[in-house]
Design a protein around this ligand. Structure first.
Ligand code: HEM
Ligand code: NAG
Length: 189
C-alpha cells in the first residue's frame, strides 16, 4: 500500500517536472544546452580522442660490433638518427625503442650512451661511469641485480656487442655470426 503510494507520488512529481520543463521556454532552452553539452562530452570521449601517437619508424638494426665507453657516448639519443645505446654488465643494447625512458628528457636519460650497470644496481639514475667501471666493489646483491637487469634488457632490446675494457681488442664479427649469435652465447665481461 505505502509502496504504491510512494511510486504514484514520485510518478506525479516527475510528470510535473516534465510539464514544467516543456512549458517554460527558458527551461526548455537549458535542457537543450545541457543535452548538447552531455552529447559533446560523450562524443569527445568515444570518437575524437587524439589518435594514438604514430610509432616512430624503427632504425635499421645495428651491425654487430663492440664498443669502448667513448664509442658509446654519441649514442645518447641526441645524435641525428636518435639512436640510444646502453651498456649493462659488459653488454651493449640498442634501447632506441625505449626512447621515452632513455632519450633526452626521459627519467633515465643519464644512462643513454653510458654504462648503466652501477646506476641500475645502486638505484642511482644520475649518470654512468665516465671511465671504465669494473664494478669490482659491488656486493653480491648488487651484482645479482645487474644480472637481472641484463636479462631484462636481453629480452626487451637488441644486443649489439660487448663493452670493451681499456686496451681490449674489438671482436671481428662475420655477417653469418650476426645472424645466429645472441647475447646469451657471448661470455660476460
Ligand atoms: C620513485 C622511483 C621510481 C619510479 C616511480 C619508477 C617508475 C617506473 C615505471 C612506472 C617504469 C615502467 C614504465 C613502463 O614500462 O611503461 C619504470 C621502468 C624502469 N625504471 Fe623506474 N622508477 C623509479 C626509480 C627507478 C630507479 C632508481 C631506477 C634505476 C635503477 C629505475 C630504472 C628503471 C628502468 C631501467 C626501467 C625500464 C625501462 C625500460 O623498459 O627500458 N627506476 N620505472
Ligand atoms: C650517483 O652517481 C653519480 C654519478 O656517477 C655520483 O656523482 C653520485 O655521487 C651518486 N649518488 C649517490 C647517492 O650515490
Amino acid at each position: 500500500m505505502s509502496t504504491e503510494n510512494t511510486t504514484a507520488e514520485s510518478g506525479g512529481f516527475i510528470a510535473s517536472v516534465l510539464t514544467e520543463i516543456f512549458t517554460s521556454p527558458l527551461q526548455l532552452l537549458l535542457v537543450g544546452i545541457i543535452t548538447f553539452l552531455v552529447y559533446k562530452i560523450f562524443k569527445s570521449q568515444t570518437h575524437s580522442s587524439p589518435p594514438p601517437p604514430k610509432p616512430e619508424p624503427a632504425l635499421p638494426k645495428l651491425k654487430k660490433r663492440d664498443f669502448t665507453l667513448e664509442d658509446l657516448k654519441p649514442f645518447d639519443g641526441r645524435g641525428p638518427d636518435g639512436r640510444i645505446l646502453i651498456a649493462v654488465n659488459g653488454k651493449v643494447f640498442d634501447v632506441t625503442k625505449g626512447r621515452r625512458f632513455y632519450g633526452p628528457g626521459g627519467p633515465y636519460s643519464a644512462f643513454g650512451g653510458r654504462d648503466a650497470s652501477r646506476g641500475l644496481a645502486t638505484f642511482n639514475v644520475t649518470g654512468g661511469a665516465d671511465s671504465y667501471d669494473d664494478l669490482s666493489d659491488l656486493n653480491s646483491f648488487e651484482m645479482d641485480s645487474i644480472r637481472e637487469w641484463e636479462m631484462q634488457f636481453t629480452e626487451q632490446y637488441d644486443y649489439v656487442g660487448k663493452l670493451l675494457k681499456p686496451g681490449q681488442e674489438p671482436t671481428t664479427y662475420s655477417d653469418e655470426e650476426e645472424e645466429d649469435t645472441s647475447a646469451q652465447d657471448t661470455p660476460s665481461v
